[in-house]
Design a binder for this molecule. Sequence first.
Ligand SMILES: Nc1ncnc2c1ncn2[C@@H]1O[C@H](COP(=O)(O)OP(=O)(O)OP(=O)(O)O)[C@@H](O)[C@H]1O
Length: 253
Amino acid sequence: MTTTPLPPAPAWTPAAVTLDGITRTYRSRAGEVHALRGVTHAFARGSFTAVMGPSGSGKSTLLQVAAGLDRPTRGEVRIGDVPIGRLGEAARTRLRRSSMAFVFQAYNLLDALTAYENVALPARLAGRRVDRAAVLAALAAVGLDGLAKRRPAELSGGQQQRVAIARALHARPDVLFADEPTGALDRASGRQVLELMRTAAEERGQTIVMVTHDPLAASYADSVLFLADGLVVGRLQGADATAIAAAMSELER
Ligand SMILES: Nc1ncnc2c1ncn2[C@@H]1O[C@H](COP(=O)(O)OP(=O)(O)OP(=O)(O)O)[C@@H](O)[C@H]1O
């Protein structure tokens, strides 16, 4: 009898993003708000996760903390195996530029730059060569062919959001954080963007963390994390929009 040798065990690789016992308390004159109350979760490399939950449940806070844009009150965030809380501001910025991209509600486009220049900017900042054809392809992939020379003020809200998405996809980040990326888009462009994100995860091993209120958008992800009152209260894997909507209604009761 011949035996086939087993393939070598895969080298252990850390999750792309790990949240370890994260709390985030906002203190104001009105008192304390416990936005996150002990969240532990690992976002595996190449995974596409939707984060859902009622308004005020802590979704945006989770995204900001996971991306190192906000510091947790307690707990540790690791990007790969790097605990970002122990990095100084400059090292944190370097890490963000080299491995993360963001699509947030305020699109953070630079008003003085054209759509093309906005998309090319992260590569420029990271000191990489800018490939003109790749920038134009990223704009075309989100349906903005022909608008490369427009400045943000000359684009609609949905078009600005698509520039932000093209910028994030062109940067080929290890991790893409997106807050309602399809919020201002019509259905067809929204679907296109969700497909692009799914391809980024499936074919390029990029990790996507997306906050959304929309069960249909969440159904493009491979798993959905549900938050309520600053805690992870559930998770669905491979669920369709109907099952996700049902889980959300349970939470909102
Ligand atoms: N800067 C802040 N100062 C004080 N409280 C804050 C601050 N930012 C958020 N919060 C509070 O923290 C809680 C969580 O807010 P967060 O924005 O993370 O919720 P969310 O789930 O993203 O909500 P939504 O779906 O409405 O955008 C809310 O009670 C919110 O009012």
